[in-house]
Structures are given as C-alpha cells and as structure tokens.
Ligand binder design. Structure first.
Ligand code: 26V
Length: 808
C-alpha cells in the first residue's frame, strides 16, 4: 500500500491537478474531493475485475431490490475497506488538516426512512465483504429523507438536497438506460403461431438512467454495485413542441411528471397513502431492475429458461412486489415463454421479506389506479389472482371460506403482501418472534397453505461500520485482548467472556466509554448549548418517532423522576442524561406532539436549579446515520421499549449492544434474542409479553382510565399534561391526554408504566457499581457477534439464495 508520505504526495498532486490548488489554499471540501478521487482510483480496477470475474465464471447473482438504501457517508468505510483509513488520516494530520472535518464534508446519503433502509445498506456491506455476487437496486432520489429542524419545540421539515454538490461515489451510465412505460392502452394481436403479442398505445415513456455506486468489500478486492435509477425524459422528447399550445403544455406537464418519479423519498414509514406517485416509483424501480437483470443475463449467454439457476431476487418488504407481474410480463411478452414456464421461473427467482405487521403499513393499491397506470401489469395480476383462487377452490376445499382473506384482489384493492407471498418461493420475517407472529397470526392462512415458504432471518448490522469504524477505541481494546479474528469472524467476540473478571480489561473498556461520552457531551454542548454531566447515565432512545415505539413511556418516566425530585429535593438519584433522536413523519400529528413534549419537558427540567445536573433531557436534531455513529459508542443504556409484538426486530438495539450499552427493553423483536444470549442478569426486561398484549386486544380487559384513577403517579403526569404544566398559554398537551385516555391507551403506555419505573430503579442501582456495570457491558459486546449482518447474509445465501462465496 502507501506510506504516509506517499499518500501526502498523492493528495497534493490530486489537489493541484483536480482543483488547481496547493494544500494551503484548499478548504475541507477540496481536500475531501481529492481524497475521494484517490479512493475511486484505488477501487476502479477491483470494481471492473469483480464484474468480469462474475461474468467469466457465470456466477449465480443475487439482486436486492429496495425502495430504500440508507447508506449515510461512505468515505471512512471505503477508506477502511481498502485499507487506507489510517494512512489517509495520518497524512491529513501531517498536512495540518483535521481528518474528521474533511470526512464530514460528505453529505449523508439519506435514501431511507429508518430500519428497513439501513438494513439494506448493512446487507450490501456484508455481501461484498463475504464475497457474494450480490447487488443492490434502488432509486436515486433527488431529495432524501427530509432534514429536521426544531423551532420552538416543533419539527419543521426542510428538503434534503443531497446532490447539491456532485456525489463523489456515483458513476452515471447513460448508455445503459432503459425505457419504462406508464398508462396508455394495451392491444393484443395473435401471432402466426397463435401466441399473443401485446402492444401499447399512447403510453408515456420514461427513461431510467442508472447511477452506480461501488460497494467495497472489507480488504478482499471485491467491489459490488449498488445501482440507483434516475427518471429522465427520453431524448426524443427533449425538444419542446412549438406547433400547438395544447401540445406544448401537455409536454411541459409530462416533463414535470417524469422528473417527479425519482424526485423524493416518501417520508412516511407508518401509514400508506395510496399515492399515484409512490406506485409509479415502485414500478419504475422494479421494471428497470428486472429489465436490467434480464439484459445482463442474456448478454452473458444465459438461456432464459434457466434464469432461476443463475439469479435470485430479494424484495425488501412489499414495496418492490410488482416484481412478480413484471418478471411474468417480460418472460411472456418479450421472451415468449408460456404462462406455466414463466410462473415456474418467477416463483423460483423471487423471495420476499416482511418487515412489519402493523396493519396501517400494509400496502394495498386501488384496482382503478393500478389498472389505469399499469394496464398490462394489471392484466397479469388479475390472471395470477384468478389462477390462485381457482387453485384454492379446487385443491383446498377446506380453505374455501378463507378465499376473501387470501385473494390478491379483494374489495377493489390489490393486496401487495398477498401478491408477494404467492409469487415467491420464500417468505421471511426479521426476528424469531416476528416470524412466529407471521406464521401464527398475521399470515396464518398463507402459512397453512405454504408452510415450506416461511422462514426466519434475524436481522443484523455490519460490525465493521458499527464497531470497528465508529468505535475505534473499543475495537482496539477488544483486539488487544482477543486478537483481530473477530473482524472476519464476529462470533469470536465471545472470546471476551473470559475477560469479564479481568480488572485491567474492564478498566480499559470503561475508559473508552468515558472518552466516547466526553466526545458526545461536547457535541451536545455545541449543538444544543446544554451542559451534561459526563458521569451520568447516558440513556439513549434513537429511532423514528412512532406511538408503538413508546417514546412517550420514556418521557413519562422522566416526568415522574422530575416530580419525585421536586417532592424530595434531597433524593439520592443516580444522575442521568436522557438523549433522544427521532424524526416524525410530516403528517403524523401525535408523533409531532410527542417531539414537542420532549422539548417542553427538557426546557423545564434542564433549567430547574433543584434538579441541577441530576437530570438532563437532550433532543438532538436531525437524527441520521452520521449522528447515530456519534451517539451509539457513548450510550450506557439502550431504550428498546416498544409495545411487545409491534417491533419486528429492531437493529439499533443490536448496534448499542455491540458498543457495550445495556438494554432496557420489552420482550419484543430481537430484544428476545439479545436476552437469550446475554442472560437475564445482563439486560433489563420489563412489561407485558406479546401474548398478553395479544390477549388484551382479542379479549379486552384493559382499562386505561382505571389506571388513571388508581395510580397517583400516572394521574399526576396526565394532569400535568392537561393542565399545561409543561407548556405555556398557547402550548398544551391536552390532545395527548385525551388520546391516551379516550382511545384506551392502545400501546399500553400506562399499563407498562409501573414495571418500567421499577426496572429503571434496578438500572440506577446497577450503575452505582461501576465494576459490575462494566462487566455487564462487556458481556453485551461479547455476545453481540450473532448480530453481525455477516451471519444474516450467510443465512440468506444458504437457505434462500443458494449462493456460495466467490472464490478469489
Ligand atoms: C412502509 C411504508 C408504508 C407507506 C409508504 C412508505 C413506507 C416506507 C417504509 C415502510 C416500511 C416500514 C417497515 C419497517 O421499516 N420496518 C422495520 O424494519 C426493520 C428492519 O427489518 C426492523 O428492524 C424494524 O423493527 C421494523 O420496524
């Protein structure tokens, strides 16, 4: 590789040639671009070779289709994966530059809402690092997830124009563009051989232009590709017609609507509004991806009848489930296969992952909309549905009554999850409990029909980014103790178990945490002006704002502690800093009220001299991947407090565990698997179980108002909200009060309150024994190896994709 001096020279040379500047005159942006260009140079050859190797060896390939890839920044991970991070940082320092402020020049690629999109990004990293021939396919949104500003406690959304400055990692491949058609009419004609040919009239044509982003494997010379599609006007339409006014305006309209397709990411991950544009985005992604897959496959000499032997496609939630009819369309209409042949191939190629059981988030599209926007696709969905229902009727007479609940088209809607299940050979949930709930409840009818399709793939996170890169201090202490094998075999982190009584090791790991907390405290001071006690418990809840995630329970606990201190100012409370990061969907009123409440509670608690630095409440604006990277290494306590059964898996829980935070959580999602690994003494579990929650929903028996009347602490908190104690004349939280009491507290915030408070007291006590806490913390890191996405990807590869790593 390079020496520091060589890298310095390279950098200075780049600056001169690319920017016409000497290092002295260059600003951080110039330096950032020069470094990025050096990295690109060192990737390019491997990128080409990786592609050629896959072609030459005719490797089986997996395509991960997702509407979201939340990649964050790539500079540090790319440098790290090519083995250049240290030399680059050293070179920068020797040139008098601060590496961090150079790397910070990169705008986060925020092309995702939360867990689902970040999971896709971790999967790409693992596929490349494990040498799987795996690629991502997504949309190059011009605007990523909105930037959040808080004004007087209210969330305000600003557009995230992340492409304002050229994106260093992408390459436009205009010559590989494809055509996508919307609307119009479908005409069929019999060919000489009796087969049907379908042609489209008056359809709108859109050009899909690919932009490739390299996905660099960890020090293995593999560079895979994330292909992001951008919607453009076809060249022959670029000229504005001047012959008639109406044509002119129609054209402008069309130009405008084409640009919108890859215009922005929908910021709502909780409820579906059946927006036409969202459906267009989905078809645009799916059609580009599948056309592209077939083109590459055929270019490599593959016979279309053997597509399933060389290709696997994973659909990330139902968003890309139009892949089912689109692959059918291409196989039949373009490749002239029969329905039966096409169906066999389609179901053999496709696999579907479910990420939520929340009924509000289940995708259904009105039949009229699908028919009008995608007439040929609708015909195919109809045929799939008819054949499927007919099969049910004749082959499963015992399930005839279930047909309305299984039919892909029912009550004038296309049910996308049903389409995905019927059209795939594999359906997986993302944590053990979640998969069981799918099988036993949400998808039980389908499970009875196709038990062999259902399987679990517990989520994971890339330990390279989420430990090695973001917490170098801890990574070094770990490597010093157990050697570096954990980097390629994260399960080896379990070697740390032996160190849980090693005073020197505990001390070193504890010091790293303290140092990370100091860094975060400085960031908090700089961004919010709040001074926090570095010796307090850093109690962290970072995730999208949702009622089911119960940020409200967290705030109620804070208010409760505040009340206790006000009643008894000399109370001996372990100091805590509550740290929040959360974006609310722009139209989600209750979520925005909760953000406002956090801010108002913060302004009262933080200013109260009686409280001092025993309690601080911090809300960090604009939570995103880069901010997560700064918070997670400093967390002591990880809040994973969703209503049991509602959080499919969670992945923030895994990131914090890996960084030595202890979890306070419900028996939900992957928390259960964390508990099974670390044991009940290294985690704080509380609250209703998923069965109990389910029983209350099914049979009733819970009355929130009773709790209001019987638990004084609860009544006091709710009355404070109602009475405006955490507001002012104009600001009050009456809606939250009524929402909870008059909708019978649908997420069991009040029901779990007592158990939560009691468990938080155990946390307090535990924290008072630093040595014991540190031991628990080390146990968490030690058992976190299972949650590397490397394990998850190996499971997908062997069980679903039937893929083996590429030999070098
Ligand atoms: C749903 C919708 C529906 C309406 C339109 C926009 C939109 C965008 C995204 C979603 C996805 C919601 C599902 C989701 O993000 N699930 C999360 O997936 C994580 C990875 O598997 C998992 O850890 C979380 O528990 C789960 O909530």
């Amino acid at each position: 590789m390079y020496t520091t001096t060589e890298f310095q020279q390279l950098l200075e040379d780049k600056l001169r040639r690319k920017r016409g500047k000497e290092i002295k005159e260059a600003d951080d942006k110039d330096v950032y671009e020069a470094v990025a260009s050096i990295v690109q140079d060192s990737i390019t050859e491997d990128w080409l070779e990786t592609r050629q190797r896959y072609e030459k060896r005719n490797e089986r390939q997996i395509y991960y289709i997702s509407m979201e890839f939340l990649i964050g920044r790539l500079m540090e991970s790319n440098l790290m994966n090519c083995g250049l991070l240290d030399v680059c940082s050293d070179a920068l320092r020797q040139l008098g530059r601060d590496p961090e402020s150079v790397y910070n020049q990169e705008h986060d690629a925020g092309l995702g809402n939360g867990g689902l999109g970040r999971l896709a990004a971790c999967f790409l990293d693992s596929m490349a690092s494990l040498k799987y021939a795996g690629h991502g396919s997504g949309i190059r949104y011009r605007y990523g997830l909105f930037e959040q500003r808080i004004i007087h406690g209210n969330q305000v959304e600003l557009p995230d124009y992340w492409l304002k400055e050229a994106y260093a990692w992408e390459t436009r491949k205009a010559n590989e563009s494809l055509k996508i058609y919307f609307g119009g009419e479908v005409h069929s004609h019999a060919r000489a051989d009796g087969s049907l040919e379908f042609t489209y009239k008056h359809a709108d044509e859109v050009l899909a232009v690919p932009y490739d982003v390299p996905i660099v494997g960890y020090r293995n010379n593999v560079v895979n590709t994330l292909r992001l599609w951008s919607a453009e006007l076809p060249e022959h339409e670029a000229e504005i017609p001047g012959d008639s006014e109406s044509r002119y305006y129609h054209h402008l309209d069309h130009m405008h609507s084409v640009e919108q397709i890859s215009g922005f990411l929908y910021p709502d991950d909780s409820s579906l509004e059946g927006r036409e544009l969202r459906l267009k985005q989905q078809y645009f992604l799916v059609s580009s991806t599948i056309q592209n897959i077939l083109r590459e496959y055929k270019a490599n000499g593959g016979s279309i009848r053997e597509l399933h032997k060389k290709t696997a496609i994973q659909i990330n939630d139902t968003h890309p489930s139009l892949a089912v009819p689109e692959l059918m369309r291409l196989l039949m209409d373009e490749e002239r296969l029969s329905w039966e042949e096409a169906w066999k191939i389609t179901t053999a190629v496709l696999a579907y992952t479910n990420h939520t059981t929340l009924s509000e988030a289940l995708e259904k599209w009105p039949v009229d909309l699908v028919q009008q926007l995608l007439p040929r696709i609708f015909m195919i969905i109809n045929e799939i549905n008819e054949r499927f229902c007919r099969g049910l009727w004749f082959d499963h007479p015992d399930m005839r009554l279930d047909i309305p609940h299984l039919a892909i088209i029912a009550d004038d809607q296309v049910h996308m999850a049903r389409l995905a299940i019927v059209g795939s050979h594999s359906v997986n949930g993302v944590a053990h409990l979640h998969t069981e709930i799918l099988k036993k409840r949400e998808m039980n009818r389908f499970y009875r029909l196709y038990p062999e399709k259902f399987n679990n793939k517990t989520n994971g996170i890339t330990h390279r980014r989420w430990l090695l890169q973001v917490n170098r201090g801890l990574a070094d202490v770990v490597t010093e103790a157990i050697g570096p094998q954990w980097i390629s075999q994260p399960q080896k982190l379990s070697g740390l178990v032996r160190y849980s009584n090693d005073a020197a090791f505990l001390e070193a790991a504890g010091q790293v945490k303290q140092e990370n907390k100091k860094v975060l405290a400085e960031l908090i001071q700089k961004r919010t002006g709040i001074h926090v006690n570095e010796n307090s418990i850093f109690d962290v809840q970072i995730k999208r704002l949702h009622e089911y995630k119960r940020q409200l329970l967290n705030i109620f606990h804070i208010i409760h502690l505040y009340n206790e201190l006000k009643d008894n100012p000399s109370l001996d409370l372990t100091p805590r800093t509550f740290i929040f990061g959360a974006k609310a969907a722009p139209g989600y009123y209750m979520a925005k009220e909760i953000i406002k409440l956090v801010h108002h509670v913060a302004s009262i608690v933080n200013e109260d001299p009686v409280i001092g630095d025993r309690l601080k409440v911090v809300f960090l604006e604009n939570y995103n991947v880069s901010l997560a990277e700064k918070i997670i290494p400093a967390a002591d306590l990880s809040e994973q407090i969703s209503t049991a059964s509602k959080e499919a898996s969670g992945t923030g829980n895994m990131k914090m565990m890996m960084n030595g935070a202890l979890t306070i959580g419900t028996l939900d999602g992957a928390n259960i698997e964390i508990k099974d690994l670390v044991g009940p003494s290294n985690i704080f579990i509380f609250g209703l179980s998923s069965e109990e929650v389910h029983r209350y929903y099914a049979e009733g028996g819970y009355n929130a108002k009773d709790l209001y009347h019987t638990d004084e602490r609860i009544r006091r908190i709710l009355d404070q909200l109602h009475g405006g104690e955490f507001g002012s004349q104009e600001i009050e939280f009456k809606d939250l009060f009524y929402h909870i009491l008059y909708h019978n507290d649908p997420y069991f915030v009040l029901k779990d309150f007592d158990s939560y408070v009691v468990t938080q007291e155990l946390v307090e006590q535990a924290y008072r024994d630093p040595r014991h806490w540190q031991k628990m913390s080390v146990a968490n890191t030690a058992y976190s190896g299972k949650f590397s996405s490397d394990r998850t990807i190996h499971e997908y590869a062997s069980d679903i994709w039937k893929l083996t790593p590429v030999r070098s």
